[in-house]
Design a binder for this molecule. Structure first.
Ligand SMILES: Nc1ncnc2c1ncn2[C@@H]1O[C@H](COP(=O)(O)OP(=O)(O)OP(=O)(O)O)[C@@H](O)[C@H]1O
Ligand SMILES: [Mg+2]
Length: 302
């Protein structure tokens, strides 16, 4: 038995599943023989598919979902240069946060990701958490917004209290649900108070808490709330080269050889600009067709 295998057994015996999974990944990545290839890919996929939920204190489970994103499937992710810059910027603010705090300067690494549905905002937020080596914690707005007057503010306070004590990436997915412009026609007093509570909490956060808001209704967001997010980025649909890159990564990950046909397939199936979700859907459909074909061939031959 080698040291790596020994460590794996130790983690399993200690009941440390997270470390055991990390160790299993290390061992799998070192397998090189053709005989092990199918096993390696299969097991790595199983590890990637693990949701890796993090236990939260009982009173927060209703409002927050915390994920360990250390297994983020980087090989399937297309990082475009403009998004790489955003990630770098967040990391540099985090790095400078201590010094800024000492100087009494408040500068949150807060990012507002906006753009059409299916463009890749949530996955980019997860990627930022992965790069920052922090859990990805997202807020369930539907539970935070209480029908009982006054409860919403205290729920928001609980969420921020958690972020202050546990380093994480706090993601307000679809922030437009509460961040609508105050004074809009359908605005109610409660909504107004929620936006204010959210802004006040953000103003009192330490500089090292990473906040991400995502929305596909940027136009509806309160301008004062937008100002709290110094980094704003539109996640645009994919260009031709992004599409080819995403499809190639997808099929490679799925173990499908793409030599010779991928470019033509992309040219016929996609326009010059597509949402990432459309690309993923068509690639998945191709996989489904292949799996069905395989099953039918096996049936026919047996
Ligand atoms: N850069 C990317 N690389 C790989 N996959 C991507 C990328 N961007 C998006 N995807 C995939 O496309 C799909 C849609 O992405 P995502 O859910 O992040 O979009 P969204 O902008 O958050 O959509 P919505 O506004 O509806 O919540 C997901 O399956 C995601 O994994
Ligand atoms: Mg989303």
């Amino acid at each position: 038995m080698n040291d790596k295998q020994r460590l794996l057994i130790q983690y399993i015996c200690d009941g440390d599943i997270k470390k055991a999974q990390q160790q299993a990944r290390i061992i799998l990545n070192e397998l090189t023989t053709a005989k092990d290839e199918a096993f390696r890919i299969n097991m790595l996929h199983k590890l990637d598919a693990k949701p890796n939920m993090i236990e939260l204190p009982y009173n927060l489970r209703e409002f927050l979902v915390a994920e360990d994103v250390s297994n983020f499937p980087e090989s399937r992710f297309v990082l475009r240069p403009e998004e790489a810059k955003i990630v770098e910027k967040v990391m540099s603010i985090v790095k400078a946060s201590e010094r800024l705090s000492e100087l009494g300067i408040s500068y949150l690494p807060a990012v507002m990701l906006y753009g059409g549905s299916g463009g890749g905002k949530t996955i980019l937020a997860r990627y930022i958490a992965y790069k920052a080596n922090r859990p990805f914690v997202y807020v369930r707005f539907s539970s935070v917004v209480s029908s009982y007057l006054g409860n919403t503010q205290s729920n928001i306070a609980k969420v921020f209290e958690y972020a202050r004590t546990a380093p994480c990436v706090l993601c307000f997915d679809e922030i437009d649900a509460v961040g609508m412009a105050r004074g809009q026609k359908n605005d109610v007093g409660e909504m107004n108070r929620i936006v204010i509570a959210l802004m006040q909490e953000m103003d009192s956060l330490p500089n090292n808490v990473i906040i991400i808001g995502t929305t596909n209704r940027y136009d509806r967001l309160d301008s004062a709330l937008i100002r709290r997010f110094p980094i704003r980025h539109e996640v645009r649909p994919m260009s031709r080269s992004d599409i080819n890159n995403l499809a190639e990564r997808f099929f490679k990950y799925a173990g499908i050889v793409t030599d010779g046909w991928l470019k033509d397939w992309c040219d016929t199936n996609f326009l010059d600009i597509e949402l990432a979700s459309t690309v993923i859907e068509k690639c998945t459909q191709l996989m489904v067709d292949r799996i069905i074909q395989e099953i039918d061939t096996k049936k026919y031959n047996s």
